[in-house]
Design a protein around this ligand. Structure first.
Ligand code: C2E
Ligand code: CA
Ligand code: CA
Length: 719
């Protein structure tokens, strides 16, 4: 019920309580009167009529309205309806009646006009009750809330001002939780991050650490700074927008805490600084790159050299610094003009970039001087073949002002660590070597170390001699028989032979690597296979059991281009059945892309040739290769044969390798068999075929024909 006791009144403002404290003997009416008259506001009872005729009002009436109670009661001067602001009257009546009909309390806020004409806001709270006669009266209290309303208004205005700033700011504004969720975001932030609106951003971007920052450690850094300083200033990071594109932003943020100092959230602003970052990056690029060619300049070269040296130090591999000077640049520049000169430099720079690997650096020092930094080479021969490619790239004709020109270059090479341990001395020595190259008649390269020049020269001579020999078809093939346990010749291995009129006999161990590096391996192998296939064809012409012709395929050739079709073509050309051919490959072919290797092997099998794993026992995980790859034959490497009759360890490994081959149902061939003891041991262990000096050295075709004519049996040497 209402907080006032039910009171009755007559026209005088006298009160009479209807109930009192149980057992109380105090003067209830006095207490009530005191209470009533000291109330903030005005207690009242009125009739539910058109005037809200007041039956009783407390003393507060004077403060509230400027009229005394007696002026209000029974409308002796003014009715409550008249006091009520005309615009509010209907609303007040409606509110009171709705509540009264539902037997509920009401509370309604409206304006009254005081005696002095001032407008005041009041809140009236009350309830409809029945009086002693059973008529509906309203009882309640009316308070002045003008001040409170003014305060709330001011607050609401302030709030809406802030909301306006939040909604319309051009900066992104956010509140986030410590576990990386958005609690609030403004439209600018949504725009910045590419979301249709703030709510979508809040709903979607649930893991700021991982979803927003390109570098996921940025969120941790944000936390760390917050923890130590309570704020972050100009915190720049690259972030993902909704569509996955990236921008750079700068954040300013601080921790929001409650009155007790407990963490509530992070709050801050975000600005898009991509443009400035790009501009900065561009400046940086300009500082580190050559404007004409876009290549790194001297400054960046210094950095790259330092990095390269550190890397070579760590990995123990070679680092080559190559100084390059174009040979007739000055002539072109002077005679055709600077534009042509620039075009030439740009064209050459582009060729460098396509010839080198990603890990290498090519820098332009200015003029027609370039420097290469070559990383990760294990051997000088790799550097040499790369430099040959660079020279031939430079030598390709360039079209300038509608005419073709050819330029050469002089290259000087210094190697780390032999020729210098720091960037400065490496550059200096490469420069010295470059002058040596110029002295030697241009369009060549020189190492700083003399010994290497000899190696390089030999290599170059060898390459030139090989080209000539190929043209003259001067490569020869020898054949080494393979025999079964009864010493019957069952096959031969074709081995390349080269006798140079001046250089003498050059072994395949020397020229095959050069052929691989220079690409001459293709014509060389073609020449050898042609001879070998033709020989096999001749021998097998009338043989009941054809000899198998084994040929070696170098790993690089095996993996290059369409080797299967190439060999099929050569077989067809020779009229030799693929079933009479064995390909010997080493396990190096499986080290890289072994799926590709398996594919090629399958194609060869489909063609009908047999496949042998050469040099078995020298590699790493031979067993897994044997299982996975469709091989028919394994050839035990000579190192598993040499000394097996003296050394138990060698014998043990040989025994294990043979039984492995047998359990996988491969034909097991032993190579490098040099004496009877080895032969006997290997035969006893179950080797299928034998090859080695004990039986025969590699011999020319004619000699092998002789052996075959004698019955194809290799007699045991008299012991
Ligand atoms: P490989 O395939 O392991 O060939 C066997 C090598 O061992 C041959 O050396 C052969 O002359 C030698 N040899 C045979 N029996 C004995 C023996 O009882 N004792 C000793 N100490 N050596 C023996 P060669 O002809 O110098 O060939 C060396 C390597 O060059 C070959 O090793 C092969 O990998 C490669 N090669 C030779 N010819 C060709 C070819 O036409 N193409 C390719 N890609 N590589 C070839
Ligand atoms: Ca071989
Ligand atoms: Ca071998």
């Amino acid at each position: 019920m209402f907080f006032l006791p039910i009171i009755v009144s007559d026209n005088s403002a006298r009160l009479r309580p209807t109930s009192l404290h149980a057992g109380g003997v105090l003067d209830g009416s006095r207490v009530l009167e005191t209470l009533m008259n000291n109330l903030q506001g005005m207690a009242y009872r009125c009739l539910d009529d058109a005037h809200w005729t007041m039956i009783f009002v407390s003393h507060g009436c004077t403060d509230l309205t400027g009229y005394t109670p007696s002026e209000i009661i029974d409308q002796s001067v003014i009715s409550w309806e008249m006091l009520t602001h005309p615009d509010d009257r209907a609303r007040v009546r409606h509110a009171i009646h709705v509540a009264a009909n539902a037997r509920r309390r009401f509370s309604v806020e409206y304006r009254i006009q005081t005696r002095s004409g001032e407008l005041r806001w009041v809140v009236e709270r009350g309830v409809a009750v029945s009086d002693e006669q059973g008529d509906r009266v309203i009882e309640g209290i009316i308070e002045d809330v003008t001040e409170r309303r003014a305060m709330l208004d001011a607050l609401a205005q302030a709030e809406s001002r802030y909301r306006n700033i939040f909604e319309h700011a051009s900066e992104g504004i956010f509140q986030t939780s410590s576990d990386g969720r958005y609690l609030a975001a403004n439209p600018a932030l949504a725009r910045l991050y590419g979301y249709p609106d703030a709510q979508t951003l809040i709903d979607n971007l649930s893991d700021i650490g991982r979803r927003l920052y390109v570098d996921p450690t940025r969120r941790d850094e944000f936390h760390r700074l917050m923890q130590t300083h309570g704020e972050v200033l100009n915190f720049e990071s690259e972030v993902y927008r909704h569509d996955g594109s990236r921008i750079w932003v700068s954040e300013n943020a601080h921790i929001v805490r409650d009155a007790q100092g407990e963490f509530i959230c992070y709050e801050g602003t975000v600005q898009d600084v991509s443009e400035r970052r790009h501009y900065q990056a561009q400046l940086e690029r300009q500082a580190n790159h050559d404007l004409l060619t876009g290549l790194p300049n001297r400054v960046l070269l210094g950095d790259r050299l330092e990095q390269g040296i550190a890397r070579a130090e760590r990995l123990g591999c070679l680092l080559a610094v190559v100084f390059i000077d174009l040979d007739n640049f000055k002539f072109i520049n002077d005679s055709l003009g600077h534009t042509a000169g620039d075009d030439l430099l740009t064209a050459i720079a582009e060729r460098f970039s396509t010839t080198l690997r990603g890990s290498d650096t090519v820098a332009r020092l200015g003029g027609d001087e370039f420097v290469l930094v070559l990383n990760d080479h294990d051997e000088v021969s790799g550097v040499i073949s790369l430099l040959e490619r660079v020279l031939s790239e430079i030598a390709r004709p360039v079209t300038l002002s509608g005419r073709e020109f050819q330029v050469g270059a002089s290259l000087g090479v210094a190697l780390y660590p032999e020729d210098g341990r720091d960037a400065q001395s490496l550059l200096k020595h490469a420069d010295v070597a470059m002058y040596a190259a110029k002295d030697r008649g241009r369009n060549n390269f020189q190492f700083f170390t003399r010994e290497l020049n000899r190696v390089a020269e030999e290599r170059l001579n060898l390459e030139a001699a090989m080209r000539a020999a190929l043209e003259q078809d001067a490569f020869d093939v020898h054949y080494q028989p393979k025999v079964d346990h009864l010493r019957r010749i069952v096959g031969v291995e074709a081995l390349a032979r080269w006798f140079h009129p001046e250089l003498g006999a050059i072994g395949p161990d020397r020229f095959i690597p050069v052929a691989e590096e220079t690409g001459l391996i293709v014509p060389l192998t073609t020449a050898i296979l042609r001879r070998a296939f033709a020989a096999a064809r001749r021998w097998n012409h009338r043989r009941e059991r054809p000899l198998r012709m084994a040929v070696n395929l170098s790993p690089r050739l095996f993996l290059s281009g369409d080797i299967v079709a190439h060999i099929a073509g050569l077989l067809a050309e020779a009229g030799l059945s693929p079933t009479q051919v064995e390909l010997e490959i080493t396990e190096t072919v499986f080290l890289g892309d072994s799926d590709r290797a398996v594919g090629i092997l399958r194609d060869f099998k489909r063609l009908g040739v047999s496949l042998a794993m050469d040099d078995f026992g020298t590699g790493y995980s031979s067993l897994s290769y044997l299982r996975r790859f469709p091989l028919d034959i394994i050839k035990l490497d000579r190192s598993l044969v040499t000394g097996l009759e003296h050394e138990e360890e060698v014998a043990m490994i040989a025994r294990a390798a043979i039984s492995l081959g047998q359990s996988l149902r491969k034909t097991v061939v032993a190579e490098g068999v040099e004496n009877q003891a080895q032969f006997d041991f290997l035969r006893f262990q179950g080797c299928d075929e034998f090859q080695g000096y004990l039986l025969s050295r590699p011999v020319p075709e004619i000699e092998l024909s002789g052996l075959l004519a004698d019955g194809g049996l290799i007699p045991k040497a008299p012991s």
